[in-house]
Design a protein. Structure first.
Length: 305
């Protein structure tokens, strides 16, 4: 490796710091190995996902992963402090992927809804699990783990709070309930009149394990105000890790709770707050993105009283 290559590694590296809580303020070798291995696993998972997304062959992916190493550069003995950067003598394209890894993964606040939502738009839950679970497992009560990326901001590495932890876990395989009593079904019918449906009109039906039918409304009453929409909107309802999630992607809003009714109430509050905070605000006090959202809400809403 020549000096130019080493300078490039120093330029693109991200900094990892283990700040121990012990009396001598020194990181154990075991903790150092655990942390370094966590970022190796996380970065390799991210790299493999990106290579697959670019339709590379299995042979190319395998060879790239084999030849790509995370190197330790610019070591300083401050508790434990090192910078990590990738090196592959056969592939220059990994530099761009590594830069994306720092931006897309390491810079994300895992407790910030909007940032987590961006992850969901790009990665599956299984992919997020492969990328983030090694990092989360490297956290510990015996030390504080921090990283510093291109923007110079030091971020504490942490596990997500319970409400957000579900985003980083693969979907559990559903188990059929065996309890007696009323059941919930989704039914597809072919009929000119929804008020007079007979069994012969049903073309397909399936039992719902949870109350995951869509949440639809054209009027919302909250906090003493009626909000009338021009058209009905339909929100997605999902259930995983014992939580109901209700989302409306067009407005990029989502709410969750332990029961569907509580999730609906939380969603209504979120929608109401969005309307009140944006529609009644002067454009001069809003960013360009906020003005776009305000115009979108104005198009949707017919009347508020």
């Amino acid at each position: 490796m020549n000096n130019n290559e080493l300078s490039q590694l120093r330029k693109i590296a991200f900094e990892v710091t283990i700040d121990p809580n012990n009396a001598v303020h020194a990181a154990s070798a075991e903790d150092v190995i655990k942390v370094l291995n966590a970022y190796i696993l996380s970065y390799k998972a991210y790299l493999e996902i990106k290579l697959k997304a670019e339709s590379n062959s299995e042979e190319v992916i395998k060879e790239t992963l084999k030849n790509t190493k995370l190197l330790v550069v610019d070591t300083e003995f401050n508790s434990y402090h090192n910078c990590l950067a990738p090196f592959n003598p056969h592939e220059t394209g990994i530099i761009k992927v590594f830069q994306d890894y720092k931006t897309d993964i390491l810079s994300v606040d895992v407790d910030n809804y909007s940032e987590v939502l961006e992850l969901r738009n790009e990665f599956t839950k299984e992919e997020l699990h492969l990328i983030y679970s090694p990092i989360f497992s490297a956290t510990s009560d015996s030390y504080t783990l921090k990283i510093k990326s291109d923007d110079g901001i030091v971020r504490k590495v942490k596990k997500p709070i319970k409400e957000f932890a579900t985003y980083f876990k693969p979907v559990k395989e559903k188990v059929k309930k065996t309890e007696d009593g009323d059941k919930l079904f989704q039914v597809y019918v072919h009929s000119p009149d929804l008020k007079n449906i007979s069994p012969k009109d049903i073309i397909y039906s399936s039992e719902l394990e949870h109350e995951t039918y869509p949440y639809t409304f054209d009027r919302l009453f909250y906090n003493g105000k009626n909000i009338y929409l021009n058209d009905s909107i339909t929100c997605n309802v999902e259930y995983f890790d014992e939580l109901y999630f209700i989302s409306y992607p067009d407005l990029r809003i989502e709410a969750w709770s332990n029961t569907r009714s509580e999730a609906v109430e939380a969603f209504n509050f979120t929608f109401y707050s969005l309307v009140i905070n944006y529609l009644e605000e002067d454009d001069d006090n809003l960013t360009n993105d906020a003005i776009v959202l305000k115009n979108q809400l104005q198009t949707m809403i017919r009347l508020i009283k």
